[in-house]
Design a binder for this molecule. Structure first.
Ligand SMILES: [Zn+2]
Length: 472
């Protein structure tokens, strides 16, 4: 039987090794990775010449916010349609977004609502994390059902008490116990709400001439805010035996705490984002610094270097984007008040190029490790492996053909995202996704979305095996 597609002559990069191989696809799956004969190439429906290129699995971005409303007139520029086009253009073929429950809404109902929003317009495969706003023990049944439907992860916030979103320590403990029993990963946005309030009020009390602009965001959330909450959350996870994943880590200390927990054998993992590895908080301290407002805020060089090291040492298992796009106009509604900046940065379309530039292109991390943190790492964390995150027989044929020699200067107008500015504008980034395939269908070429449209699917994920409970 002939193949539908052969990606031939490229350097296939896995988490462990690199080898010149041909990747053969049939029926949307990888049929074979190896050497092909002239004859089988002649019989294949399509052969893509990948010589000089790196070939690796489509990236999995497990932290994305599309079609998110945070208030009147504040809906993200990217919805599931444009956001997944941007993702595909950048080499990301699976995203995990979040449910958006209204106060008091049960998790199962929030999940159904979100699927109705996303299912018909996604161009990459996708899944959802279940956001928990409040907790009622009867919701355990909802979570059980959600595991069966393939979304074995929840998300809690240690902040946003004023919006009613905060999971206090008691709630977190109960949720962790339940999730431990059901094999659910508990994702936590860890920052200390009370310390943020203290530092915010101190920042606002500064005399007018010393009152900072958008940099106030960073002053109100010093690194301790994240490190303290990470430490507390890790202790709760250790005590309950729950599987914990700390999202968008921005500080060296929090990343080190994750590394320490992992060395102790605790089921704890963490991620960081390209913006925390590449961008400096100095960007906030300029006239349009409000554009760079995100939460947690951008940091100084100590944290950036520390995070880079944590990625290199394997303390952090994934790089995700926290893609959350607000236009220049939306960002400019802040009126000089750093508390009113709509937080978030675009990232889906540039994440691979940013981290490739910082990492393998400069010899900072091996290319295999770079591939791992964007593919196998997040796929394993969230129950997508080996369907996603690996090029092996039987896996989905999500394939990126990456030209490491190409480079481009980032301009917002060249990108697919509907965000009309870009935090990396003007930067020279190495590497371009020449071809991106989703289950064997070409969805992007030369970093442009070309897919026929609507080829994305909801992908059920597998629950993790429940670790042994400790309850100490
Ligand atoms: Zn987020």
């Amino acid at each position: 039987m002939s193949y539908d597609l052969i990606v031939a002559g490229g350097m296939v990069i896995t988490a462990r090794k690199s080898a010149r191989r041909d990747v053969c696809v049939r029926g949307g799956r990888i049929a074979r990775v190896g050497k092909t004969t002239k004859r089988s190439r002649a019989w294949a429906k399509r052969v893509v010449d990948a010589s000089g290129c790196l070939v690796f699995p489509g990236a999995v971005d497990s932290h994305v916010h599309l079609a998110l409303s945070i208030g009147p007139g504040m809906r993200t520029a990217d919805d599931f349609d444009t956001g997944t086009q941007a993702a595909a253009a950048g080499g990301v073929t699976t995203i995990i977004d979040y449910t958006t429950p209204k106060p008091g809404q049960r998790p199962l109902s929030a999940f159904r609502d979100r699927r109705k929003e996303a299912d018909w317009q996604v161009h990459t495969d996708y899944s959802l994390h279940n956001v928990l706003i409040g907790w009622d023990p009867s919701w355990r049944e909802d979570l059980k059902s959600l595991v069966k439907q393939g979304t074995p992860s929840v998300k809690l916030f240690t902040i946003y008490a004023d919006r009613g979103w905060q999971a206090d320590d008691g709630m977190m403990y109960q949720v962790m116990e339940t999730c431990r029993d059901l094999g659910i990963v508990v994702c936590v946005h860890a920052e200390n709400d009370s310390l943020i309030k203290l530092h915010t009020s101190r920042t606002l009390k500064l005399p007018r001439d010393r009152r900072p602009n958008a940099l106030g965001l960073a002053l109100a959330r010093p690194p301790l805010v994240e490190a303290e909450a990470a430490a507390r959350t890790i202790l709760l996870a250790e005590s309950t035996g729950a599987r914990l994943h700390l999202v968008h880590l921005s500080t060296r200390r929090a990343a080190e705490l994750v590394g320490k927990a992992r060395r102790m054998g605790l089921p704890v993992s963490g991620e960081t984002c390209p913006q925390y590895l590449a961008l400096s908080q100095k960007l906030l301290d300029q006239e349009d610094g409000n554009l760079w407002g995100c939460c947690p805020p951008l940091r100084g060089s100590d944290d950036r270097d520390g995070l880079g090291k944590a990625v290199k040492q394997g303390f952090l298992s994934a790089v995700t984007t926290d893609h959350c796009t607000f236009t220049r106009k939306q960002k400019n509604t802040w009126g000089g008040d750093f508390l009113k900046i709509p937080y978030g940065l675009p990232g889906l379309e540039t994440s691979l190029a940013v981290t490739y530039t910082l990492g393998p292109a400069r010899g900072n991390i091996p290319v295999n490790h770079w591939v791992k943190i964007h593919t196998e790492g997040p796929a394993r964390l969230f129950g997508l492996y080996p369907q996603k995150g690996v090029l092996q027989r039987g896996s989905d044929a999500d394939i990126v053909v990456w030209d490491p020699q190409a480079s481009r200067s980032i301009r917002a107008e060249d990108l697919q995202t509907k965000c009309d500015w870009n935090p990396y504008a003007g930067m020279q980034l190495s590497g371009i996704a020449r071809h991106v395939f989703l289950r064997g269908i070409e969805v992007a070429k030369d970093s442009r979305f070309i897919g026929p449209g609507g080829e994305g699917r909801f992908v059920p994920r597998l629950a993790s095996k429940a670790p042994k409970g400790r309850n100490t």
